[in-house]
Design a protein. Structure first.
Length: 355
């Protein structure tokens, strides 16, 4: 099988590339990434000489290049991670999210359809090559927010509350439309908050670890009581692999870690693990459209496909903190660049030196 993984130099994508090379040694893995701010080839430096692995620097909006990749590598499956993915950035630059997350996904779908359809010239043809699949990696944020009770289930309406989640919901609907209109074999996965190695430090857990290590203030939006379901990235990779191979055509699968935690709880846990003081906590003005609670019901993927998370939050966060302590140079290489300008822009209540 020749698997095209888009966005495979980012956090989840790079973990998935390595997971697939380890679990499916017979597959050819083609990693396509535009290497924007969150794409980092250092995440993949240990696999560059694997003969089953190919990296291509390209943007999913580049139709000509995507067509070339499909033809040259005879792609059988697409796992689409490529996306702008941070809510704060989407509030600042919503247009970028729309073009990448929606138009980029549509371009991938269209080229896959042309290459996989048995008779691409016939608009009524709904027959495709055996074994092909387009797997769209999405997020639980497309459902909007929950109250104090309840869980997200796959049949809920999509009610996104910020430009990022709106762009992901739009992409999901485009994927669904290609299945319903053209008969394309697809699946959509919607995950809860991921954490683990190689996560870009604008996200909560690596941000707090890095600031703790430097003795800088820890910026917390609002009261810090926003609740998320936390999923260790390796568990997410195994779930996507399960859907890719056993998912029912056209179905959506929620992927959660069964670990609901408030943001402030996560922060205090990291502070304790690193032996720092809670005096570092600095509450900053909450961001617009900040959803209060997300929580995933993953019954469907467990009962229908036999997947379940392997990591408790306690196990996962221990592994995550250890990885960042063992890879401080990786973090330094990132935060020494343009990221710091962005960081200061987002957390205006934090002084210039990060305090």
């Amino acid at each position: 099988m020749n698997v095209l993984i888009t966005g495979g130099a980012g956090f989840i994508g790079s973990n998935f590339v390595k997971y697939m090379l380890k679990e499916h040694t017979e597959y050819n893995i083609i990693n396509l990434d535009a290497l924007t701010y969150a794409g980092n080839l250092e995440n993949l430096k240990n696999i560059g000489d694997n003969e089953k692995y190919t990296f291509i620097k390209a943007d999913i909006r580049d139709k000509k290049k995507i067509e070339e990749v499909f033809k040259e590598y005879d792609i059988n499956a697409v796992v689409n991670f490529a996306a702008e993915s941070h809510v704060d950035r989407s509030i600042e630059e919503p247009e970028v999210f729309l073009t990448t997350n929606v138009i980029g996904t549509q371009i991938l779908l269209d080229i896959a359809k042309k290459n996989w359809k048995l008779n691409p010239q016939d608009k009524h043809c709904r027959k495709y090559k055996a074994g092909v699949n387009f797997l769209q990696v999405s997020t639980d944020e497309v459902y909007g927010e929950l109250g104090k009770e309840g869980l997200f289930v796959e049949t809920m309406p999509l009610l996104p509350n910020n430009p990022y989640s709106a762009s992901k919901a739009s992409a999901d609907l485009m994927v669904r439309a290609y299945h319903e209109t053209f008969g394309m074999p697809i699946n959509i996965t919607r995950c809860s908050n991921n954490y683990g190695p190689y996560q870009f430090p604008e996200k909560l857990i690596p941000l707090i670890i890095n600031n703790c290590l430097k003795g800088n203030d820890l910026p917390i939006y609002g009261d810090g009581m926003q609740i998320r379901d936390w999923l260790y990235v390796t568990d997410h990779c195994s779930a996507i692999d399960t859907v890719l191979h056993r998912g029912i055509n056209g179905e959506v699968y929620n992927i959660g870690g069964n670990n609901e935690k408030a943001n402030i709880e996560i922060v205090k846990l990291i502070i304790e693990a690193l032996g720092k003081s809670e005096d570092l906590i600095t509450y900053v003005k909450d961001r617009p459209g900040h959803d209060r609670r997300y929580a995933i019901d993953n019954t469907k993927i467990i009962t229908e496909l036999g997947w379940k998370p392997s990591y408790t939050f306690e196990e996962g966060i221990k592994e995550t903190i250890k990885w960042y302590l063992d890879n401080t140079q990786w973090m330094e290489n990132i935060v020494s660049g343009n990221y710091m300008g962005y960081y200061k822009k987002m957390y205006k209540d934090v002084d210039e030196d990060g305090r």
